[in-house]
Design a protein around this ligand. Structure first.
Ligand code: SF4
Length: 356
């Protein structure tokens, strides 16, 4: 029996594959057979034909940032005339609009602002919880590390303080590729991969759920993408705290890496499928309509994906790189049904909401 066939059988028997096996699968498996294998793994985990989504809004409280990541078209350096920090009232208005549209959470992220102390973020969380109670899915490991270094306190203490102020969960932003050789080239001022994973493990240990992401298609090799998946799998084995994995493709326009070639849909779908197969301990794999568009997102539901992500009432970061797909709840329903599944709204921790 060929090596590849043995790997297919192993996966179908519910066994875990190792790094070398994943390399062979990623490089050589037939495109459709790989998709079918990932879809079978998805059906074994989620036999019901449901595809979930969340109604939320990205609120980017500030675009001022000292990180200067090469792939980022969103940030402004301190002192730039286009730099901004939203007032609490503006944030409150955005939350009200989100809730009026059936939203259950807000996703908040911002630049690494050099002048905002940790107390500003605590006050923001407390103010939101007091005035506009909603699930707050916010920040990212690099921001947590930035505050810990700036304030001279441990990561554990930063998380503890944010949690006490109202933080409910942490999105997996800023992961890019969790291999330092790549990180040091695309995001030299962001925390290294051990620290990224360390923040997530600490958050899980303190009872916060988080997601994990991977932004791929810039300076990494296919093997480094796989390394990323295995590092996430390792932490998940210890904590079980990741609710979902979200791989998305780098959008090069308007960034310092604009000469990078945009990945094809086939490359995206292969990576999604291998993510579903390697991450046997992560329940949910999210498809990325924001970067791939609705049609490829539909196809991705047959390549291991079981979640359509968020309606993204507002999204600024990918939009800054010239990609601006927008979907309403109705459109998500139409797309999911058109692909042969039943759409269901969920919360951050994947609790299904009552159908109306
Ligand atoms: S990706 Fe985030 S940390 Fe990096 S420059 Fe942009 S806003 Fe700053």
């Amino acid at each position: 029996m060929s090596e590849l066939k043995k790997i297919f059988e192993k996966v179908l028997d519910g066994e875990r594959i190792d790094f070398q096996e994943s390399e062979l699968l990623y490089a050589e498996a037939d495109f459709h057979a790989l998709g079918q294998l990932a879809h079978q793994v998805r059906l074994n985990k989620h036999p019901e034909p449901l595809v979930t989504y969340v109604v939320d809004r990205n609120i980017n409280y500030s675009n001022v940032c000292v990180c200067c990541c090469k792939f980022c078209a969103f940030y402004r350096e301190p002192g730039d005339k286009d730099g901004y920090v939203l007032s609490f009232e503006e944030i409150g208005r955005k939350i009200d609009e989100t809730v009026a549209l059936g939203g259950t959470q807000i996703l908040m992220q911002g630049g690494h602002h050099p002048d905002l102390p940790l107390t500003w973020y605590e006050e923001m969380l407390r103010w939101i919880k007091a005035n506009h109670p909603v699930h707050i899915h916010a920040f990212s490991p690099p921001e947590v590390v930035f505050w810990s270094e700036k304030e001279g306190i441990t990561v554990a203490e930063v998380i503890h303080r944010l949690r006490a102020a109202g933080l409910d969960s942490i999105p997996g932003g800023g992961a890019e590729i969790l291999v330092d050789e790549v990180r040091s080239r695309v995001a030299p001022n962001k925390c290294p991969s051990d620290q990224w994973l360390g923040v997530m493990e600490e958050a899980h240990n303190q009872g916060l759920r988080t997601t994990a992401t991977m932004m791929f298609g810039h300076l990494e090799t296919p093997a480094q993408r796989l390394e990323h998946l295995f590092r996430v799998r390792e932490v998940q084995d210890r904590t079980g705290g990741f609710t979902a994995f979200i791989p998305w493709t780098f959008q090069p326009d308007h960034t310092a890496l604009s000469r990078c070639r945009k990945l094809t849909s086939v490359e995206y779908l292969r990576t999604l499928a291998v993510s579903r197969i390697v991450l046997d301990n992560v329940d949910n794999i999210q498809v990325s309509w924001v970067t791939m568009g609705p049609k490829i997102a539909q196809l991705a539901l047959y390549f291991g994906g079981n979640d359509f992500g968020s309606t993204m009432i507002e999204e600024n970061v990918v939009k800054a790189a010239g990609v601006a797909f927008r979907l309403s709840c109705e459109e998500i329903h139409r797309l999911v049904e058109g692909a042969g599944f039943i759409p269901r709204q969920r919360t951050m921790d994947y609790t299904l909401m009552e159908t109306k």
